[in-house]
Design a protein around this ligand. Structure first.
Ligand code: ASP
Ligand code: MG
Length: 451
């Protein structure tokens, strides 16, 4: 049986119309047998707000009301909806009960149960929308098969068991009906509900596609695939029909707001092709991410990552003496800082800090303690308001003329740092934040729009 798994994100299942549109996409291809859904747009955020302890009762009730309104706007559109209404009512009651319990005492396991209810509501409603269109469809509780460890809030999937349970409990049912299951959630060995971390539905879908040895995984979202750059920066940005996993991973690393390739790793290691498209405009097509692609181009995309910090370390100790870099990196590691780009000279090392990969993601990474420790063996200079622009492609390090082409158009700009050569997939430059948009537009014109 050729099997396609289709995952729909929160905006794709935001309301009845959105769900109905997605159902049409699924029903147009009889190979699509398993549907994985996120919670309807906004619901997980509301549940996160409800999970706080010590919420004033009026606020708690207001949040409950908002969640119920989103669910009921869908229930009310369904024909013969008594059974579905009853199922949704019992989940809403559970939300009420669990959120009351959490008011008194924070509890990670209970919080995960609360967060899981958004996806559980969505799967019941989405299955009913399929039935309203005449399909044979049912909701399937993914917790029967998506086994994780007990790290509530960011549980680790247990690949072997997920495969075993999916083959035994999920696959047989797919022969006779469409199953709609939940992304984002799982269960540990004791049957406690867990979650995979915010945005975890793509990961769930990839894990299930892997476990079922699916032929393809479709990720339906609100953008029509991956573009050569952010269309807001370059209006002539083009959608990319096909891209390799490695290139997509580079783009995500360098800031492209695409599906994070780490989340589809399970599908890719099983060589399952992944499609990304817009459920609001499925006719526009989308992007296929494949293990290998035909004729990969030298230039694939230009990515931009803002908000970069450059640290310059200077020490005469470095002169002809081993160990300085080792010491520096050991210090950074102790402070849980992940380094991005590096360039060195005889007595200087410059590096940019990776906010996403570092532990204190989103916050300022440079603590007083770190700066003090570094100052003991070198002079530290820090520069902010920088942006990283990456030209992504193939065989960049082994194709003559690339640097000349890139730098010839950057003549008016001040390039603060360059990194090229470690990966054949990128050439990175660091520029001042204020020039970043211009640099991206200029590069896109030169590399992708030139006749
Ligand atoms: N509903 C969850 C979230 O908003 C998971 C997901 O949508 O991927 O984080
Ligand atoms: Mg989401």
């Amino acid at each position: 049986m050729s099997l396609i798994v289709a995952k729909f994100g929160g905006t794709s299942v935001a309301d009845y119309e959105a769900m109905a549109r997605c159902a049409d996409i699924v029903l147009a291809n009889p190979s699509t047998r398993l549907v994985v859904t996120s919670a309807s747009s906004g619901v997980t955020n509301l549940l996160v707000a409800l999970a706080q302890t010590g919420l004033p009762e009026s606020q708690r009730l207001a949040l409950l009301k908002q969640i119920a309104a989103i669910q009921y706007a869908i229930v009310d559109r369904l024909p013969h909806n008594d059974e579905v209404a009853a199922a949704i009512d019992s989940l809403l009651t559970r939300i009420d009960v669990v959120s009351q319990q959490l008011q008194h005492e924070a509890d990670k396991a209970l919080t995960d149960e609360l967060l899981s209810l958004g996806e559980r509501c969505a799967s019941i409603l989405f299955a009913a929308v399929f039935r309203a269109k005449g399909a044979v469809a049912e909701a399937f509780d993914v917790r029967q098969v998506l086994r994780t460890d007990s790290h509530f809030g960011k549980a680790e999937p247990q690949i072997g068991q997920i495969r075993e349970f999916s083959q035994k409990l999920l696959l047989p049912g797919l022969a006779s009906r469409l199953l709609v299951t939940q992304g984002f959630i799982g269960a540990d060995a004791d049957g406690h509900t867990t979650t995979l971390g915010r945005g975890g539905s793509d990961y769930s879908a990839a894990l299930l596609a892997e476990a079922l040895e699916a032929e393809a995984l479709q990720i339906w979202t609100d953008v029509a695939g991956i573009y050569t750059t952010d269309p807001r920066l370059a209006p002539n940005a083009r959608p990319i029909a096909e891209i390799s996993f490695n290139e997509a991973a580079e783009m995500a690393t360098f800031g492209a707001k695409i599906l994070h390739p780490a989340t589809i790793l399970p599908a890719v290691r099983q060589q399952i092709q992944v499609f990304v498209g817009s459920s609001k405009a499925s006719e526009k097509g989308g992007t296929w991410i494949r293990h290998q692609v035909n004729n990969p181009p030298v230039y694939r995309a230009v990515a931009l990552r803002r908000d970069q910090t450059l640290m310059n370390l200077h020490s005469l100790q470095m002169l002809h003496s081993p160990g300085f870099l080792a010491e520096t990196f050991a210090t950074l590691a102790r402070h849980k800082i992940s380094v991005d780009l590096i360039t060195t000279s005889e007595v200087n090392v410059a590096l940019t800090l990776d906010k996403t990969g570092s532990q204190s993601s989103g916050q300022c990474l440079l603590t007083e303690a770190l700066l003090q420790e570094l100052s003991q063996h070198c002079r530290v200079r820090v520069e902010d308001n920088l942006a990283l622009v990456a030209v992504i492609g193939n065989q960049i390090a082994s194709t003559p003329g690339i640097c000349q082409r890139v730098f010839s158009v950057l003549a008016p700009h001040n390039v603060r740092l360059i990194c090229q050569g470690a990966s054949s997939h990128n050439l990175c430059i660091l520029v001042h934040e204020a020039e970043a948009a211009d640099v991206v537009a200029t590069l896109h014109r030169a590399l992708f729009e030139a006749p």
